[in-house]
Design a protein around this ligand. Structure first.
Ligand code: TYD
Length: 338
């Protein structure tokens, strides 16, 4: 199959590109704008693969998208291109509306015009908003609360409208908090792992009792692939890891794995509008034959080990633009520390 993965140089995208190349006879085109978190070093092992092509470009650019779809005879589109970090969306909301809403709209329309056979939108559990009790089902109303989740929800609604309006065969996956190797160190687990390696404080927001469901990137990519091949057009599928943990418990585990002292944990001023909990009901995808396989404690240990042994990868990032971002964000939050 000829598959276009957008955002294939990012965290989830790069794992997906590798999986699609090595697990079958697919041809994979990776369209990525290589913004701050897109990194071709995530794909050095498959860069020379005979069924892989990289194209530098933006999903907001209709001309580029049209050309890629036509030139490569693309039959399937998987949209992993997105701005994904809540804290960044608080600092710079418009870039989220641009990529996650406008970019999705452009990609969808070009894919429809090109007669693509399947369009899979990679989304997030955050579109359901904060769920204090119970588990979000796919039919629940969307109640996003950050510029990031609101932008993703906008993208989801556009994708769904292409099914109801044009019967364009779309699918949506909503994954829970994903972790694993190659994740940009602004996210919770890689930030805490890299800070702990350097004996730096781990800035835990608020009371540290917010809850997330952790999903290994390997299970997440298996889930996306499963939905692509077995999902029903027009449907949404939740992908959760079944590993709900309080943030403080995850921070403690990271320190334990690295043999670092617990007093590195620093309670800091909370993120504005911080969602208390996300939790997914995954019965629909499980009925299709998918289930998570990675135990959180094993997956976390492997991930932290990856950051310990791949310091060249992340030090290039943390010594660059990231430093300015980090200081801007945490100067204020650390000052408000309790
Ligand atoms: P994050 O990785 O940003 O994912 P999301 O907010 O999209 O779920 O954060 C995961 C959790 O960790 C979330 O509750 C916020 C918290 N967190 C901190 O306590 N400190 C941090 O420095 C970061 C980045 C996140």
């Amino acid at each position: 199959m000829r598959i276009l993965v957008t955002g294939g140089a990012g965290f989830i995208g790069s794992h997906l590109v590798r999986r699609l190349l090595t697990g079958g006879d697919n041809f994979v085109v990776n369209l990525d704008a290589l913004r701050y978190s897109g990194n071709l070093e995530n794909l050095t092992d498959v860069a020379g693969h005979s069924r892989y092509t990289f194209v530098l470009g933006d999903i907001c650019d209709a001309t580029t998208v049209e050309k890629v779809l036509k030139e490569h005879g693309v039959k399937v589109v998987i949209n992993c291109a997105a701005e994904t970090h809540v804290d960044r969306s608080i600092l710079d909301p418009n870039s989220f509306a641009r990529t996650d809403v406008v970019g999705t709209a452009v990609l969808l329309e070009e894919a429809r015009k090109a007669g693509v056979a399947r369009f899979l939108q990679v989304s997030t559990d955050e579109v359901y908003g904060s769920v204090e009790t119970g588990w979000s089902k796919e039919g629940d109303p969307l109640a996003p609360r950050s510029p990031y989740s609101a932008s993703k929800a906008g993208g989801d609604l556009l994708v769904r409208s292409y099914w109801t309006t044009y019967r364009f065969p779309v699918l949506i996956t909503r994954g829970s908090n994903t972790y694993g190797p190659n994740q940009y160190p602004e996210k919770f687990i890689p930030l805490f792992a890299t800070n702990a390696i350097d004996d730096q404080p781990l800035p835990l927001y608020g009371d540290g009792r917010h809850r997330r469901d952790w999903l290994s990137v390997f299970d997440h990519c298996r889930g996306i692939e499963h939905v692509l091949f077995h999902g029903e057009p027009g449907c949404v599928y939740n992908i959760g890891g079944g590993n709900e943990r309080e943030n403080i418990a995850v921070a403690e585990l990271i320190l334990k794995i690295l043999g670092k002292p617990m007093n590195l944990i620093r309670l800091v001023q909370d993120r504005p509008g911080h969602d208390r909990r996300y939790a997914l009901d995954c019965a629909r995808l499980q009925a299709l034959g998918w289930a998570p396989t990675v135990l959180f404690e094993d997956g976390l240990k492997e991930t932290v080990e990856w950051y310990r042994t791949n310091q060249t990868w992340w030090r290039k990032i943390t010594s660059g633009e990231f430093r300015t971002y980090y200081e801007r964000l945490y100067r204020q939050r650390l000052q408000g520390a309790g």
